[in-house]
Ligand binder design. Structure first.
Ligand SMILES: [Zn+2]
Length: 462
């Protein structure tokens, strides 16, 4: 049984005016029941013993009905019962900061975005968000776990308009109000005001910039684009429920079938990717998942070789593994947990960004994802970014607009020959990962450093 309570806040300003300030609260409980190898789930937003008993009856009834359908019976990998409480750390409670102070910061940053755009920026926006989720988990196996997770973040965006053209520039990373498990200190550290003019200026400059050159090029992706690259081409295809076909919505399934486990060459020997729920401040960081399994660090790709999936207690058993690696999470109280990414991170290498650029003859450096498309097996992809700069003979050159690249997942990662070092490594939050029917939105994280990929098909996007 899980009891989940959430409070959230979103503030947005646009073109000098407050566009919205919303506060939300949501609470309820859900009961998941395993009977005769079949699942039942029911939930309610009305706490109280009578309602709990009624919901339990309903969940058992659904499990009994599910058991009538022939098919795979669920067997759960064991987990040690535990009693524990955990809170994600933060310094300044975002819900204690005055609304007026938040608005003043956003309005002043947003004005500077327009100033920087010099009349070319038609829409400027600034927004901030915070969320706190408190959840209790209790199981008939003897676990009782309480967790409180606080998230916070803010961002800027500028839309510049020219004849038949719209260019976007954002800071720090696309349309993400939440950037990690922090308090308001994370928003202060962003220095929105200090970055605002540049954001507006670059949006305007993109209108005049030349088109991204086409053809095979070496590309260096900033961490803000690596987030999406890792998410779509490694995070999703290593979710074991997609492999078993129990999850096929939203470009479900996967090319990483179980016969490939332990031997398939996913990428070059520079590529080590982990699922790590233990890294501080990640949006996929927690102490226990929604099956009571401890959050942990699992190597998915080890020096290029595909080594593991993110799993649940049920799928771990089916795969022949002794234990789940703790990736089951539900979007609130009225959904069953499903396998979700934790923080899927590319381990750092030993390059500085300067060294990487100096070592590149003919390439493009790209920042911040703008568009994406990938097939349901997660093999063929096309990703577009906000902005790029040409790299010519070891130096950054002209700004280019709408850089876009395509690839086939294992070929693309096989071309990875340089990964940035620890100093360049950065963990980003993705608060909008959609999966399942009915849809569940998960908050996940992706850490990486700037990374180079050789001979990638580059072109101009939208
Ligand atoms: Zn996703």
């Amino acid at each position: 049984m899980r009891f989940v309570s959430r409070v959230g806040e979103t503030i947005a300003v646009k073109n000098g005016a407050v566009e919205g300030a919303t506060a939300s609260t949501d609470l309820g409980f859900g009961l998941r029941v395993l009977k005769d190898g079949a699942w039942g789930f029911a939930s309610s937003s009305t706490p109280g013993l009578e309602e709990v008993l009624a919901v339990a009856d309903r969940a058992v009834g659904i499990a009994k009905a599910s058991a009538l359908v022939p098919g795979q019976r669920a067997k759960l990998a064991p987990v040690e019962p535990v009693e524990d409480r955990w809170e994600s750390p933060y310094k300044k409670d975002p819900f204690d900061v005055k609304l007026a102070d938040k608005l003043e910061l956003l309005l002043s940053a947003e004005k500077r975005v327009r100033d920087g755009g010099g009349g070319k920026v038609m829409v400027a926006q600034a927004s901030a968000g915070a969320r706190r989720e408190e959840k209790s988990f209790a199981s008939t196996e003897g676990s009782y776990i309480e967790q409180a997770i606080t998230e916070c973040g803010a961002g800027l965006s500028a839309y510049a308009v020219g004849p038949g053209e719209l260019q976007r520039r954002t800071y720090p990373n696309g349309d993400r109000e939440l950037t990690g498990c922090y308090g308001w200190e994370a928003v202060e550290a962003l220095d929105l005001v200090g970055n605002a003019e540049r954001v507006g200026q670059e949006a305007a400059q993109l209108l005049e910039a030349k088109k991204c050159p086409s053809g095979p090029k070496d590309i260096i992706l900033d961490t803000t684009q690596m987030v999406l690259q890792i998410h779509e081409s490694c995070g999703h295809p290593t979710e074991l429920d997609r492999v078993y076909g129990t999850e096929a919505g939203f470009a479900g399934t996967s090319f990483l079938t179980t016969d490939k486990l332990g031997k398939f060459k996913y990428g070059s020997d520079k590529v080590t990717i982990v699922a790590d729920a233990t890294v501080p401040h990640g949006m996929g960081t927690f102490k226990y998942d929604d099956e009571g399994v401890p959050g942990q660090r699992t190597v998915l790709v080890d020096k290029g070789t595909f080594k593991n999936y993110t799993t649940s207690r049920e799928t771990a058993t089916r795969l022949g593994q002794k234990a789940s690696n703790g990736a089951m999470r539900a979007d609130g109280w009225n959904r069953m947990p499903i396998i979700r990414m934790t923080n899927i991170n590319l381990e750092p290498g030993d390059w500085t960004l300067d060294e990487m650029i100096k070592d590149t003859k003919d390439g493009v450096y790209m920042e911040i994802n703008k568009s994406w498309s990938i097939d349901d097996k997660r093999l063929n992809f096309q990703f577009g970014t906000e902005i790029g700069w040409e790299i010519k003979d070891g130096a950054l050159g002209d700004m280019v607009k709408s850089p876009n690249y395509t690839g086939i997942t294992p070929e693309f990662w096989a071309g990875c020959d340089a990964v940035g070092d620890k100093k360049h490594w950065k963990l980003w939050g993705t608060p909008n990962c959609g999966k399942g029917e009915p849809m569940q939105v998960a908050h996940v994280g992706h850490g990486s450093a700037p990374t180079r990929f050789r001979k990638v098909r580059v072109g101009v996007g939208q």
